[in-house]
Design a protein around this ligand. Sequence first.
Ligand SMILES: [Zn+2]
Ligand SMILES: [Zn+2]
Length: 447
Amino acid sequence: MIELSLASLSELTCREGLACACGRRHAMPMDYLCIGAGAIQNIPDALKIMGCSRPFIVCDVNTKAAAWDFVQPVLKSAGITYTLYCFRQLQLEPDEYAVGSLILAWDEECDCVMGIGSGVINDCCKVLSHCAGVKQMIVGTAPSMDGYASNTAAMIHDHMKMSVDTGYPDAILCDIDIMKNAPLRMLQAGLGDMIAKYTAICEWRISHLVTGEYYCESIAAMIRTAVQKVTGNASGLRQRDPKAVQAVTEGLIVAGIGMSFAGVPRPAAGQEHFFSHMWDMFDLNRGLPCDLHGIHVGIGTLLTLKMYDILRRTIPCRKKAEDFTASFEDIQWQCMIRRIYGPAADEVIEKEHTQYHKNDLAAHEQRLNIILAHWQDILGIMDEELPPLNELEALMQQAGMPMSPAALGFNHQDVQDALVGSRDNRNKYLLSSLFWDLGLLYETDLN
Ligand SMILES: [Zn+2]
Ligand SMILES: [Zn+2]
């Protein structure tokens, strides 16, 4: 049995998959994966291995400027014909309009999709290739998020953020010569999305303990190793040191592989990501453009570490928790959800009442019993997984990253609403769910 944390990227993406101590076989058979300087020279080989000859190439004005002069000569000298679609919008969102544009432009002669870009292009191309039933290659232009190798696309539908199951791409080529020239904020976003893994893994273990959900220690170890490599090389990121950019890129790919292996985003996303999901929704409701995912998530990680610090100082109390749920009223909760979620509130309330039942008293009692019986174990997990807050702050500062919600235009109330509302965003046991179970969530102040 191979140790996932020691496996190479090609071993992780091999055709037969890998037997794991968790009892599952983890498989993410990709046709081609290459990260390094000059990686795009391998586009013709990658297409051949995919069994494809004519790509439908998707980019936007920014990613075209970043990569087309590199990619086009490679296609030309290999005699590869293609159809090119370039989004003209400067602020492209991954929504039904973007995907609709691609469908209208789709060329039946093409046998695969080749995205040139990062977050938005990657997500839209995943949806397009999934729906068209063709293979997909992504040529990365920025190490800004961990979605390259994940099996979902982060989309906006009817003004709501949602995750669409699309499967992972068949080929990923990340050319460090291109990626190191990405806007600094995108490099910083990649670092933000990687430091999030500290709190994501910690929360995954706690949730496994409290709810019994699936957990794989080998995947967690693989992610920890990737995070270590990224933070160990982070000092060169601001100067665009190729070694630092390569480490972040590899880390983000490994995080995507971890999500694909687990079949859920748990190895890569927890409470810190839900601050981002909530802020994205606030921006959408206000008609403002969303900031980069990883920039949100980096700040979300700092806030989540603050929450863990609060937990360390807490003596859990059965009476307090039971008094809280005894006084909990659904109608008040609905008012709160309407205020925080606005147009999306109806769906949140309906899901709670028909599917999630997170507010159910008997289920709370069960979770509370486990939490109280295993409090020392929870503290132990936190000690094992979490870095000191000041260390992480220093790392982010060195990279020149925004450090506070205020730096992104979010005020005190936005932070509190994101904290409180995060628990109701999906049916997932978050750190905010643990706070709710202890009767702490609505009285916690993160400012
Ligand atoms: Zn496993
Ligand atoms: Zn992320």
